[in-house]
Design a protein around this ligand. Sequence first.
Ligand SMILES: [Fe+2]
Ligand SMILES: [Fe+2]
Length: 158
Amino acid sequence: MKDNELITWSSKLSCGIKLIDNQHKELVALVNDMFNHVTGDYSQEAEYFSQIIHKAVRYIKVHFATEERIMLATKFEGYTEHKKKHESFILTVVESINDFKYKRRFSLFYFTKFLKDWVLTHIAVMDKKYFNYLRYIASRKTNGKLSITLADVNRKVS
Ligand SMILES: [Fe+2]
Ligand SMILES: [Fe+2]
């Protein structure tokens, strides 16, 4: 995959939970939109970045909070480790925003590339762990669909 190649949503990124899939799709759309605004012109990029970044941070925080709630509610063992990854990511994003604010250094391209690499690896590695866990504890309903009820959560899984 080329550095500035846009992300195409595929079933590989999907976990089957509509809420999470939709949030991940929004993140992917955001990264793609950011790539489409890489022009190499500092003032153009800076203007775009200052408009988009607050929305982006909000998105990301809502998404992390959703995942963390699901992991807690389903008693996922990897919760603490996962939450730590989310937190360190937010810290890095905040650092980049500060670099931008105080004009230390800023490149929309590198920031977007960092975001893209992180989002893709995180979904494929960390998020996948709880996707698999959810699939594991879900029970099959009469309509053949997997779903998780309180009973599934409270059932002991070995
Ligand atoms: Fe995620
Ligand atoms: Fe996550």
